[in-house]
Design a protein around this ligand. Structure first.
Ligand SMILES: Cc1ncc(COP(=O)(O)O)c(C=O)c1O
Length: 332
């Protein structure tokens, strides 16, 4: 008998790292949740697991249902794995410019992948096509990650409390949390939990400086940080509840991800590099004693055919050239 409970131990309870570095020669530290240790290797396993669990509990995901979702990658991998573990057919609508590894991973996990071109509407086209499929096929479950409150709740009840407890093991408490926004589930959910305590905690969404959709309200430019900033502001993102948007250049995020791998042996994806830079910017703004936390969303393996594997030229205004990563310790 297949059961969602069989998956539970593979999701969450990830380590928290304290990373030490210097910024223009001055000693600093920040905290980062090591999300690549989830079931399929990304933070998205948390919300895929929780959305599917809640949908089963509510009777919305029934036996024999097809799970159909629009995704730029990691969600598709998570839903493919958890969907197939439970015996469901999985249909993923994905922009056709995402990395080769992502598509192959979903095929390998038994999903049907429908590539969506820019001419077919790109990401927004993918969301529409998943909806149309559900309209035409009765027993379809749409996780609707961009609009589903269970996405936020997953992080509010799992990621947020884990961060709080693990910071306690380092003898500190959070002053700020920052995370790149894909659906916004991570930043909204962790934010809601951390803000529940007595102290004032700043919660910052992060986006690519090359494509500042949250700051401008529309799709602008293009960027190379797969997994965040998908051309629109998701409905679960409540900017009014958050502190200012932190912006990070995609080239700087690539340089930081490369540096984390070369200097510390932490093989991470590009959005993790962006999140680390976001945290470093907040430490400089708030002072070296501020406890700033972020997430390492996924590992480097899905980016070996992308700019992460190439030489990235440093540019004026980048953070990475001012940083020397030194060491880290971890708690579980
Ligand atoms: C690599 C990567 N980083 C960051 C995120 C953003 O997470 P969230 O959707 O919770 O905002 C995603 C989400 O797809 C992702 O795939």
């Amino acid at each position: 008998m297949r059961s969602i409970n069989g998956i539970a131990a593979l999701v969450g309870q990830t380590p928290l790292l304290e990373i030490r570095y210097t910024f223009n020669g001055q000693p600093r530290r920040l905290y980062a949740k090591y999300e690549l240790l989830n079931m399929t290797g990304s933070v998205k396993d948390r919300m895929a697991f929780y959305i599917i669990r809640r949908a089963i509990e509510r009777g919305e995901l029934r036996e024999g249902a097809v799970i159909a979702e629009a995704t730029s990658g990691n969600t598709g991998i998570s839903i493919s794995a958890i969907g197939r573990a439970l015996g469901h057919r999985v249909r993923i609508y994905m922009p056709d410019w995402m990395s080769y590894e992502r598509v192959q991973l979903m095929h390998n996990l038994g999903a049907e992948v429908v590539p969506v071109s820019k001419a077919q509407g790109g990401f927004i086209g993918a969301v529409k096509m998943a909806q149309e499929y559900a309209d035409e096929n009765a027993n379809t479950f749409l996780p609707r990650q961009f609009d589903n409150a269970d996405n936020v709740e997953a992080h509010e009840i799992m990621t947020g409390p884990e961060i709080e407890t693990q910071l306690g093991q380092f003898g500190v408490a959070a002053d700020a949390f920052v995370a790149g926004v894909g659906t916004g589930g991570t930043v909204m959910g962790v934010g809601r939990h951390l803000r529940r305590g007595a102290r004032k905690v700043r919660i910052h969404p992060l986006e690519p400086a090359n494509s500042p959709t949250m700051s401008t309200g529309k799709k602008v430019g293009s960027h190379r940080i797969q997994g965040i900033s998908d051309e629109f502001i998701p409905s679960i993102v409540k900017l009014a509840e958050l502190d200012s948007v932190v912006d990070v250049w995609d080239g700087d995020a690539i340089l930081m991800a490369q540096s984390l791998a070369h200097r510390l042996g932490l093989g991470l994806g590009i959005s993790s590099g962006a999140n680390i830079i976001g945290a470093m910017k907040l430490v400089e703004e708030m002072g070296p004693e501020a406890v700033v936390v972020t997430v390492l969303c996924d590992c480097n393996k899905k980016y070996l055919s992308t700019a992460l594997a190439n030489v990235e030229p440093p540019q004026e205004g980048y953070i990475t050239p001012q940083v020397r990563l030194q060491s880290f310790t971890s708690v579980r």
